[in-house]
Design a protein around this ligand. Sequence first.
Ligand code: GMT
Length: 379
Amino acid sequence: MRIGIVCYPTFGGSGVLATELGKALANKGHQIHFITYQQPVRLNGFIPNIFYHEVQVPTYPLFDYPPYETALASSMVDVIKNNHLELLHVHYAIPHASAAYMAKKILEQDGIHIPVITTLHGTDITLVGKDKTYAPVVAFSINQSDAITAVSHNLRDETFRTFNIQKPIHVIHNFVDVERFNRKPIDAFRKVIAPNGERILLHASNFRKIKRVQDVVKIFHEVHKVIPSKLLFVGDGPERAIAEELSRQLGVCDDVRFVGKQEQMEDILAIADLFLLTSEYESFGLAALEAMAAGVPVVSTNAGGLGEIMIEGKTGFMGNIGDVETMSRRSIEILENEERLLEFKAAAGEHAHQFDIHHIIPVYEKLYDEVMNGVMEIN
Ligand code: GMT
């Protein structure tokens, strides 16, 4: 199949998922065309079946806001026409679903039919999407998609609660390449971070308010009181300064390290003992799944779809949003006993297999077939 994939190229989970999906489909022989404004972070190395089309957004003195959506729709038209694409799969509704609708309508005039699949990822519904400045366009363009998928049952339900969606929303869980994340720790790296064999706690995100990174620092503070430990923060974003300041206030800053945005997550996860995800909402929590695939147990909130990937008391523990006390206690419980920690690590790694890329890619392929043939059977 010749498939166009549209996504955000940044470190966010939706872009990561879309890129990994494209790479996996290309490896299975499909021809994949990424259409976005920048090379996606995980799109590295040369894969013969992958093509990358950069959306150029010309500036003009008149524009305070260069019209990306218009440029994107025009690029979609161009790429679909010139490469005879058979399907367009857009990730994250804003503005990708509406740009896809525009492209589809333009192509119709030339007798070209291009089915559009929209995958909803989370904040495109629960945060940004429902803002009334975007909501009518988001609802309309989702409804105009030939198929809609959501990355969790929770997100599907939230979408139905938020918008008047008149089509089924198919749940296709996010996936992880278990083999890739099953790495041996690099001893030299572990030694640099934890020279005296301290436990390593990890958080990775875009440091948005929704992630409640201050809770990560508070949990670490409690753990640190009883267990020699280090905290690694991966990623960057607006709340980083708050986390830094809090770690100074709580007197743990010497044991907290901010390593910035990292492409080799598997190497970092390989040295970690516990992953913390304290979000107010996660539609799915791909970062937590990647941690589990690397054999790292997770202590998280029970927000959104996290309950769909966690097994309480086996792969880690969940607490209510903001319940630092419970999440700290549970973290200590996992980390204080070597044997127990190993059990959690093994269970996390084992459970991640359920979401292995090899199980999920065929589900997308089936959906593509159904959409192209106009018969929808999937869930
Ligand atoms: O978490 C973010 O803020 C990034 C966001 C994105 O769109 O890239 O992540 C969302 O999509 C991921 C991939 O499907 C999910 O794993 C994340 O849970 C989801 N984030 C939220 O719902 C807040």
